[in-house]
Design a protein around this ligand. Sequence first.
Ligand code: AMP
Ligand code: GLY
Length: 430
Amino acid sequence: MPDFGKTVKLLVIGSGGREHALAWKLAQNPRVQKVFVAPGNGGTAAETGLENVALGAIPELIEFARRESVGLTLVGPEAPLAAGIVDAFRKADLRIFGPTRAAAQLESSKDFAKQFMVRHAIPTARHATFTRASEARAYIERQGVPIVIKADGLAAGKGVVVAGTVDEALAAVDAMLLRQTLGDAGARVVIEECLTGEEASFIVICDGSHALALATSQDHKRLRDGDAGPNTGGMGAYSPAPVITPEVHARVMREIIQPTLQGMAADGVPYSGFLYAGLMIDAAGNPKTLEFNCRLGDPEAQPIILRLKSDLFALLEHALEGSLDRAEVEWDRRAALGVVLAAAGYPEAPRMGDPIQGLPKANDACRVFHAGTRLEGKQLVTHGGRVLCVTALGDSLRVARSRAYEAAASIRFDGMQFRKDIGHRALKRP
Ligand code: AMP
Ligand code: GLY
């Protein structure tokens, strides 16, 4: 095991609900003296054992980690990973958990991910990559619809168009390749076959050679009930995802996760960190990879972490040591469900500064993780698109859902938006 000494200070990078949940969980280990969160939010500011630090740039974070003798840094979001934060920390001889910039290409370049999957025979949608609009347009005319157009680079959830008509598909290509509405991220597009079935989030923790599966989950990307309205970062999530039966689980590990780890190692870019495979499972239970993310999902992390009974820091120690094959992880048998409360104007133009009232006290079965919140003096105010994620456990998903919605009912801020049907797919299953 890496030697952390008797007590250790940790640093979590990010400001969302995922980072609040990670930091809260890490702080429960008695050896963890403090968890710094950079930059954190109004929830991490108030939580015992956590401390916000107003830093963002990689050199500043390195200097801070040195000065405070931070034993381990954990990265929440994709942007710093794609920018090479892991490479920079390692170069500075600081311990950090996450993929290198090269390995993070599994998320930061869809073309990289697709080429990788083709090379290693990992099931995914058929695709072609284009930089010229005329060729992309001709391909769409030949393939017909429905068809999926994806910006190659990171586009904060705005890079995917599932086109039902040829006009829509052509417009997406023109926007990305000709009008460059997504900048460099859309200078190359991946066009792929439209898959059908049910989506699930399959997240594992990796140490370069071994992968340990976390509890399965499912999120809700659209803003409004019934999966309508614009795409968002995720309006709610629950765990486990019943579509991942034990058989599907075994196949995902064998056909997607193991070949990915082996393939990355064989290609000279061993993968360590959280790895999130976004899956489409067809009616016959065949899993295909829609995308990879090089991090935990948000809001998936919130219900997953609420169900994690094992010590998260101990799990990270195994990951750093390369001994995840010997790690054991225990999950709460109960289901967990998280409802995101979003700000007025989300996702296009979230309004900030609305006072938040009526936060319920946390208990063993329910906890509110903060995302876009900030303390103004003593008053908590909205400070981002997704504001809070009310997350609850229950003996069944139905119970978890009622508990989460009951807790959410006491919370108020102007313009609050939330979905009333989180968990609907799982609850509709026979
Ligand atoms: P991605 O960022 O690649 O996960 O895409 C965002 C969303 O677009 C996914 O969660 C799916 O709902 C949808 N999507 C992406 N690729 C496909 C595909 N090949 N077929 C159908 N839907 C897709
Ligand atoms: N909830 C989807 C994501 O984190 O990418």
